[in-house]
Design a protein around this ligand. Sequence first.
Ligand code: GSH
Length: 225
Amino acid sequence: MSPLILYTHPASPPASSVKMLGKLLGLEFEERQVNLLAMEHKSEEFQKINPMGTIPVLVDGDFVVSESHAILKYLLESYATADQRERLYPSDIRVRSLVDTCMFFNTGVFFIRLKVVALPTLLEGLPGPSARHLSDIDLAYGIVEEYLSRHRFVAADDVTLADLALASTAAAMQAIKKIDGNRFPRCVAWLERLEREAWFREPHATCVAAFTDAMETFWTKNKQL
Ligand SMILES: N[C@@H](CCC(=O)N[C@@H](CS)C(=O)NCC(=O)O)C(=O)O
């Protein structure tokens, strides 16, 4: 069997969610680091692999899939046991719809609130988040808090793919705006609960350290421009 190739970056939350699932399922990835600062993801060569010019991208033999949420589902359907599949992406259509709701929220709203700060910081000299960025992030934490008021995890009482996606974003987001435990106590408790899981810890720690370092380094540099 050819190795699973993952185009990735250490500071990428969506790539981190894929690595978490890899750990949960016992999969090994051959990692290919993409230099975002050198705009490698927009090169002709990379865009042949992923026309969106984003990471992560998974290559499984002659099949290529991009978009972390699609990758999570692909890996689960292809490599998980029936029990793992049922737990992480339940077949009950209503539970599954809640998982999808959270994943679409992550891709369309939550992660975007991180990306609109991160990319201009790295590439356009943004010296720090604006008041609007910060209030938008708080609004998004409020939505996650509401999801967590309904279940122990974001979409169900057990971990699902939605937790991998949202928690990867939330963890890196702490570098931009910490979760206020008085306003969003369930969010804080949820992240702490996940941090106790071995499959979560290593990808989480690597991503948070790299993302925090990149933001702080560039904000310092950009303030001097
Ligand atoms: N919704 C996508 C987001 C992917 C994404 O935006 N990744 C970032 C790195 S964390 C990226 O490649 N940014 C480059 C760009 O958008 O130009 C996913 O979950 O895969």
